[in-house]
Design a protein around this ligand. Structure first.
Ligand code: NCD
Length: 320
């Protein structure tokens, strides 16, 4: 097995990463952006490596970007979704994990509705690196690295900047990973949500909490909008109606202008236009949403390279 880079055996979450590791992954992702703009989008970096994407939850951008990232770096990529996996025949997650690991892939990329899935499997799988592609409401590290790369390109150094995250904080692994990353990277996070969509003990992350969106706008550098994760709601009474939610917690042009000329808009996708974000805002010059998607491929190239590429891959990756 090639030696992983940056002291990373697995990528479970932002929690446990050091600032240098985050910066190294973001910078390596930055190096890979160029490959994605070539007419022939192929580099030999991960030739001979095998990546299995195992997705138990729906996904468009994360799953596709891991697949594209692996393929553009010449890895052999296999995609398995829950609906076609043997878990549908009653196999346990552990048996599925051990079965796939017995085929000797270098990396297993896993999305699952249960928090801690990768950590659990890592106890049993010795020679396979694991990447968490989103586990329940817990963490989504490659999304946050993607966002940090996008911010590097648009505002430079994030330290001292203020990111205001708005919406369904309680079910968002993206929000949680940002709250953890903010402490490590030195940016501030404001949380805006109705009380019904706030996690318990949110103060422990050191974020400022607002229930009035308008009161949080001044001083915000990045407005980070979240989808209401209806698939994770246990009740359907978190807010009275979509119309009221949009009026109270939706980002419209008036709010974007009130935040100031410098303020950028981000969203991890998928967007619900007319709910958390108005169409004119989503499509405005201030929106970084499609740039996030583009950078998502580069960051997944970096994550795969770090975990299964080794130092020789780095040299090839930079050989433009
Ligand atoms: C998010 C996720 O799955 O956590 N999307 C993503 O991976 N880009 C956010 C969401 O589903 O709302």
């Amino acid at each position: 097995m090639p030696k992983p880079l940056f002291g990373l055996k697995h990528l479970f979450g932002i929690e446990g990463l050091r600032r240098e590791q985050i910066e190294s992954l973001v910078n390596l992702g930055d190096d890979f952006i160029e490959i994605n703009t070539r007419s022939i989008k192929k580099a030999p970096t991960l030739r001979g490596r095998t990546v299995i994407n195992l997705f138990f939850e729906n996904s468009t951008r994360t799953r596709t970007s891991f697949e594209i990232a692996g393929k553009r770096l010449s890895a052999d990529v296999i995609n398995i979704s829950a609906s076609t996996s043997a878990t549908k025949k009653g196999e346990t997650l552990l048996d599925t994990g051990q079965t796939l690991a017995a085929m000797q892939p270098h990396v297993l990329v896993i999305r699952h509705s249960v928090a801690g899935t990768c950590e659990f499997l890592a106890e049993f799988l010795d020679s396979t690196a694991l990447i968490n592609a989103g586990d329940g409401s817990h963490e989504h590290p490659t999304q946050i690295l993607t966002d940090l790369l996008t911010l590097k390109h648009n505002i430079g150094d994030v330290s001292g900047k203020t990111m205001t995250i708005v919406g369904d904080i309680s079910h968002s692994r993206v929000a949680r990973s940002h709250m953890l990353a903010a402490k490590i990277m030195g940016y501030k996070v404001r949380i805006v949500a109705p009380k019904t969509l706030l996690p318990a003990f949110v103060e422990r992350y050191g974020c400022e909490v607002f229930h009035d969106f308008d009161a949080a706008l001044a001083g915000t550098d990045i407005l980070y909008m979240l989808r209401v994760q209806t698939e994770r709601l246990t009740t359907n009474c978190c807010f009275p109606s979509i119309r009221e939610y949009h009026e109270t917690y939706g980002l419209n042009m008036k709010r974007l202008k009130a935040a100031g000329e410098h303020c950028m808009v981000m969203h991890p996708g998928p967007m619900n236009r007319g709910v958390e974000i108005a169409t004119d805002v989503a499509d405005s010059m201030k929106s970084l949403i499609l740039e996030q998607v583009e950078h998502g491929v580069a960051i997944r190239m970096a994550a795969l390279t770090a975990l299964c590429g080794g130092a020789s891959a780095l040299v090839i990756g930079r050989n433009k």
